[in-house]
Design a protein around this ligand. Structure first.
Ligand SMILES: [Zn+2]
Length: 409
């Protein structure tokens, strides 16, 4: 029986929190001094736990056990947003470390741990896991710069560890499991302890350009205007109304970026550019919503003096997680926290998305107090952190000793 040591788990989480800690939060942006300090600390903890620390060429840090047989990989990321919380990512990595130690103490081998590089997207969202899983070629992003103006390939060249970098073939692993804080309010609101993720949402981005006619704000009569902001308001309102009738329980949409041109008090706006992001676990619904937004733009353009152009710039399919692993997690949850868990959709993207395309993968959530994340207030009750790790450990034990039908997806 794999029994985690809750003191060791919480002490390691607290130690990692101090690296880059600011007040109650953490600032450890990818490939900065604090990020590398945190990951070097993890490498030492891996070694102390009998796991060989291995850096791969994109800067992912693995802790590999001395075993030849297929392993179970547990982890997440340890970088943060420019202002981040202490648990986003770190929880999954430290859970992996603790489960690897606890499994060894129970005489079980075969747990590997990973801290994927730059999940938060200083250079590219999910950078390390996307490159490792083969989805994103390094050549396509090596000249990418972060907000400090640093080039990715220079940053990697400056890391002494990467002179001895090794490829870590995904074929070494038979499964990937990621524990993470929910980063939303569902579990906390319901007073539940565990969320077992069935699907991670897909996402589509529509770039919208509303073309008006720039003119004097004092002299142009209202009936003569082609105001690009009013065109945007009409479009956004129609999308919001139209989507409501078609939305599923997990559908969300956001006009997150809106720029007005020329953005001056005394000028009727000539152009507005906006992004519409749509997220949903159902590919067909994502396609229908995107098509609906395009139709609304065509209708407004056909019926008035404003022209609205749309272009779909990103299409990321949903990531359904492995059915056998999901049911292993749900039975572990029912054993340890009966009636206090649920199956759910993840509205946030995680390293499990690219990894799920190359091996059976699963995710487990613990509650975020008041649903807060990507901020210094991000927190989870310590008892929930321990409980989540215990459920994961119980499931992983089944995966290591059991015979699950891996090809069932
Ligand atoms: Zn995260």
């Amino acid at each position: 029986m794999v029994e985690i040591n809750s003191t060791r788990l919480l002490d390691d989480l607290a130690a990692l929190r101090r690296i880059g800690g600011q007040g109650t939060g953490v600032v450890r942006e990818a490939f900065t001094a604090t990020d590398l300090e945190g990951r070097r600390w993890l490498a030492r903890r891996f070694a102390e736990a009998g796991l060989r620390p291995v850096w791969d060429p994109i800067g992912n840090l693995f802790g590999l056990p001395p075993t030849g047989r297929p392993m179970v990989l547990i982890g997440s990321h340890s970088d943060t947003q420019p202002e981040g919380g202490w648990l986003d990512g770190s929880y999954g990595v430290v859970c992996g470390l603790e489960i690897a130690r606890a499994a060894q103490e129970a005489g079980l081998q075969g747990i590997a741990v990973v801290s994927f590089a730059d999940e938060e997207g200083s250079f590219e969202p999910l950078l390390g896991s996307r490159v490792w899983s083969g989805e994103l070629p390094f050549s396509a992003i090596q000249d990418r710069t972060d907000r400090r103006g640093r080039r990715l390939r220079d940053v990697l060249a400056g890391m002494p560890e990467l002179r001895a970098a090794e490829q870590v073939p995904p074929q070494l692993f038979k499964a990937y499991i990621e524990a993470h804080i929910e980063q939303g309010p569902v579990l906390d609101d319901a007073g539940e302890a565990i969320g077992v993720v069935e699907t991670i949402v897909g996402m589509q981005h529509v770039e919208v350009a509303i073309m008006g006619d720039q003119n004097h704000a004092g002299t142009t009569p209202m009936d003569r205007r082609q105001d690009a902001v009013m065109g945007f308001v009409a479009f956004a309102h129609a999308v919001d109304e139209g989507f409501r009738s078609e939305a599923g329980p997990s559908t969300v949409w956001t006009f997150g970026r809106v720029t007005v041109s020329p953005n001056a008090t005394s000028i009727v706006p000539g152009r507005t550019d906006a992004t519409l992001q749509i997220r949903d676990p159902d590919q067909a619904r994502l396609n229908r919503l995107t098509a609906r937004a395009e139709r609304i733009a065509e209708n407004i353009s056909a019926n008035g003096s404003i022209e609205i152009r749309t272009q779909v710039t990103a299409k990321l399919p949903p990531a359904p997680l492995n059915v056998a692993l999901v049911s292993t997690l749900t039975s572990a949850a029912e054993r340890l926290v009966p009636g206090r868990w649920r199956r759910m959709v993840s509205g946030a993207l995680h390293d499990a998305v690219p990894v799920s395309r190359i091996m059976p993968s699963a995710m487990l959530f613990v509650p975020s107090i008041a649903g807060k994340s990507h901020c210094f207030e991000e927190d989870t009750r310590l008892s929930d952190l321990v409980q989540g790790c215990a459920v994961l450990a119980a499931a992983v034990e089944q995966v290591l000793v059991g015979h699950l039908p891996w090809n069932v997806v």
